[in-house]
Structures are given as C-alpha cells and as structure tokens.
Ligand binder design. Structure first.
Ligand SMILES: N[C@@H](CCC(=O)N[C@@H](CS)C(=O)NCC(=O)O)C(=O)O
Length: 214
C-alpha cells in the first residue's frame, strides 16, 4: 500500500493525493507537517532531510519532491494514462510541470497565499499582493493560450502536467485578488473542479490556516 506523509492543507500534498486518487491506488495518508509536527523527528529526517511534506513510501521506496512523486506514481501505476508514453508528450508534460514549480508557484503560493494566511490584514503589503497577482495573471495568460485548443494541457486527457499546474488554481481562484479574464483557464478550472478527485483532495478550504487577524 502507498503511504503518503503530509497534512491535507499542504498544496504539495494535495498534488500527490490528487494523483493517487486519479490512479485509484490503495493508500494511507499520515498526518505530518504544520500543526501535526512529526517532521522534526529523526525518523522523518531519514525519509526527507528537507523536513518537508509530502513524502511517499511505496513498499520501502521513499521519495520526496511533489512533482517527482507525481511523475513516479504516474509512471508506475498510470503508464499511458496520467503519464504520456510518447517521448515528446512526456517531455512536454515535464516542461509544464517545471513551469508550474518555477514560474507559477512563486507568485501564487509564497507571493500571494502566504500573504493571506500568515500576515495580518493590517500588516499585509497591498502593493506586493497586487504585483504578484499581476504576474500570476500574466503567466496564466500563457496557460490560457495553451488551453485554447484542448480541454487539458497536453490534449484530450488529464496528465501529470494538469496535476502540477491545476493544483495551484484552486488557491488562485479562491484568494481575494484581481484576476484578468482568462476564458480558457476559467473553463479548465471548472473542468477540474467537476472531478471528484480534485474536489476531495485539492478543494480544501484554507480559512482555518489563517493566523489570527489575517
Ligand atoms: N518543493 C517541495 C516543497 C515542499 C514544501 O514546501 N512543503 C511544505 C508544505 S506545502 C511544508 O512541508 N511545510 C512545512 C510544514 O508543513 O510543516 C515539494 O514540491 O514537495
């Protein structure tokens, strides 16, 4: 059975859990990180020296980094469905997964989300929030163009690329920020939000994560 360490409010854990649910694999999620702690134990440090969640244990094979876990799970349990078999399509999926981590994530999570949950409303830097919202919107325009021809990032079917990118959209669309009109991304988000696995593992209300006054 797959074991996943990590709290369900972590966006990177959500990504892995969405993949596990799409694959329909038997699994156990073990609470860790945030209010659950455990990441500072020697046992956890031996699994992930970064002391971050998620961590996967697949019958003794231990792996950290959410995108790597999603790729491993898809290659092992979802070949030719979540993991494209064609080398060009696989490379394209990698491209969008790297893009989500290096280009979209910094504005959406540390730039915006952290401001709304970890900073009090009175201390919030509105100019900084506006700047990150503008940059996220501009980057999502790139995704909008990609989605103009197909329902999912690589074509007709959900792949690992959608799992990496799509996980960030719930937070993007539930934060009180200015968003440009991006019809293809909006339709795509609705398409993802109609999937049970996305509802169960990604659309997790984050209000309880706010510090007092945030
Ligand atoms: N690049 C890593 C980032 C992992 C990460 O930053 N995890 C956060 C939660 S999203 C964490 O463990 N924070 C400390 C905690 O929850 O205790 C990945 O994608 O797995």
């Amino acid at each position: 059975m797959l074991k996943i360490w990590g709290r369900k409010t972590s966006v990177n854990v959500q990504k892995v859990m969405w993949a596990v649910a799409e694959l329909g694999e038997a699994h156990q999620r073990i609470e860790a990180g945030g209010p659950f702690g455990k990441t500072d134990t020697p046992e956890f440090g031996a699994m992930n020296p970064n002391r971050l969640v998620p961590v996967l244990d697949d019958r003794g094979f231990v792996l950290w980094e959410s995108n790597s876990i999603v790729r491993y799970l898809a290659a092992t349990y979802g070949a030719d469905s979540l993991a494209p078999a064609d080398p060009h399509a696989a490379a394209r999926a990698d491209q969008w997964m790297d893009w989500s981590l290096t280009t979209l994530y910094p504005d959406v999570i540390p730039g915006l989300f952290v401001q709304f949950v970890r900073v009090t409303a009175s201390d919030r830097n509105i100019a900084l929030v506006d700047n990150h919202a503008k940059r996220a919107g501009a980057n999502l325009a790139i995704l909008d163009a990609q989605l103009s021809a197909n329902p999912f990032i690589l074509g007709d079917a959900l792949t690992v690329a959608d799992i990496a990118v799509g996980t960030l959209l719930y937070r993007y669309y539930t934060m009180p920020i200015a968003r440009p009109a991006l019809p293809h991304v909006e339709a795509y988000y609705k398409r993802l939000a109609a999937r049970k696995a996305y509802q169960d593992h990604v659309m997790i209300d984050w209000q309880s994560m706010k510090i007092p006054g945030a």
